[in-house]
Design a protein around this ligand. Structure first.
Ligand code: NAI
Length: 415
């Protein structure tokens, strides 16, 4: 592992810990009950401060934790080093690894023989199924954090290739309606602003995809005074964006107006050569989807006559007619992969990781009860995380009376 400032990593983790009351609440019980005692949890996630809080929490619950990154650029080396300094936590994550090093680190995690896997993008699960099939029988279950990972796992499940139960943490309301929407919205725009030092107000921001992440990015950009244009392939979501007051257009038209293009689709080739040909000089391209395939960088490299690093995290491509197209973070998750990226705000990851921790506990507790395949997060877990959060915020809500409960469950009431 690289030399890194363990103290600085520790300070970052401690700060995140102070802003994650759900994880703190779970920690108090874990220290007492040790529900993960004797189990090994293998993790492949963005190794930064909030993830470190989750990893330490699982260790405090009694688990041995082995962790690596789920993206070559999103690790904070100081946080990784501080995590590794804990008893019972082994971190193999490093920033800036190449493909072989990335997979070597996944293998190092797998060599700990996990009972439970926690993924962001499903690379760990795939690696185990492909390269270590003999280990599958010992794994009681897994948890998947993001939309793209859940898509891959559902495809695997449909082909009867997924051999242990996995909770689709991404799909539960306490994760998706907050992390994907508010987390991606705020952190993508702040990463772009910090990396470029440019203004959004009065600019045209094109948002590729109006799903959970896209609507968050669109709303926050609108709030900053940008003129937002949305591109979609789903007619219902396109209509929703239209009725929210955004311009809706195909990418090839939108690209010609853009000052910024931010992709959030989880799909490939959302921005391609036809679009590069029409873009304004100085346009900034960023991707917030899981993989670096949304902006076709091969197309762009072929089309460009020159390319250079103009600022940390910004690669400028010069077109044959002298325009400049700027790509942030090599087309990887912009909120996590630029040199200044911090990922989602701590309060939002508190919710996602609260669900993760309780799902790890549940899958261990239920050993064998869930069959192989993708499972929804049990509703009691999602509600519990919401209750803890409201409590931490000091927000009270009403409760259903017996009469209301009976009314809501009856079909006999009419006019
Ligand atoms: P979603 O399924 O809610 O939204 C994706 C949208 O993109 C859909 O509405 C779909 O119709 C649209 N779309 C697909 N192909 C398109 C195309 N060619 N052009 C225009 N629109 C297209 O998914 P969600 O939850 O918003 O996630 C999107 C991506 O972001 C995934 O890769 C996910 O893993 C990732 N993600 C990234 C986060 C981050 O920290 N940056 C956090 C959470 C998710």
């Amino acid at each position: 592992m690289k030399e890194a400032d363990v103290e600085e990593g520790r300070r970052k983790i401690d700060w995140a810990r102070e802003h994650t009351p759900i994880l703190e609440n779970v920690r108090e019980r874990y220290l007492d009950e040790k529900p993960l005692d004797g189990k090994v949890v293998g993790m492949a996630m963005h190794v930064e401060a909030k993830t470190a809080v989750l990893a330490e929490l699982l260790a405090e619950g009694g688990a041995e934790v082995a962790i690596t990154g789920c993206n070559p650029l999103s690790t904070h080396d100081d946080v990784s080093a501080a995590l590794d300094a804990n008893d019972g936590v082994h971190s193999y994550a490093e920033r800036g690894v190449d493909r072989d090093e990335y997979y070597d680190a996944l293998d190092a995690v797998i060599e700990h023989e996990p009972d439970v896997t926690v993924d962001d993008g499903a690379d760990l699960i795939f690696r185990i199924h492909e390269e270590y099939p003999e280990m599958v029988d010992n794994i009681v279950g897994g948890c998947e954090e993001t939309t793209t990972g859940v898509h891959r796992l559902r495809a695997m499940d449909e082909d009867d290739a997924l051999r242990y139960p996995v909770f689709a943490v991404n799909d539960t309301p306490m994760k998706r309606q907050f992390d994907n929407v508010h987390g991606t919205g705020e952190s993508s725009l702040s990463s772009i602003a910090m990396t470029t030092n440019l203004l959004f107000a009065g600019k045209t921001v094109v948002v590729g995809g109006y799903g959970h992440c896209g609507r968050g990015v669109a709303k926050k950009a609108d709030g900053l005074g940008a003129n937002v244009v949305v591109t979609e392939v789903d007619p219902r979501l396109a209509l929703e964006a239209h009725m929210e007051g955004y311009e809706v257009a195909p990418m090839n038209e939108a690209a010609a107006e853009a000052d910024f293009i931010i992709t959030t689709t989880g799909n490939r080739d959302v921005v391609t050569r036809d679009d590069f040909e029409k873009m304004n000089d100085g346009v900034v391209l960023a991707n917030a989807g899981h993989f670096d395939v949304e902006i076709n960088l091969e197309d762009l490299s072929d089309y460009a006559t020159n390319e250079r690093e103009v600022r940390d995290g910004i690669r400028e491509y010069e077109t044959p007619d002298g325009r400049r197209i700027n790509v942030l973070a090599e087309g990887r998750l912009v909120n996590l992969a630029t040199p200044v990226s911090l990922g989602h705000p701590a309060e939002v990851m508190d919710q996602s990781f609260g669900v993760q921790a309780l799902c790890v506990e549940r899958v261990i507790e239920a050993e064998g009860d869930f069959g192989a395949g993708v499972h929804e997060v049990p509703d009691d877990i999602d509600r519990r995380v919401a209750e803890i959060k409201l409590d931490a915020l000091g927000v009270e809500i009403d409760e259903l009376s017996e009469e209301q409960r009976e009314y809501m469950s009856s079909w006999q009431h009419g006019t």
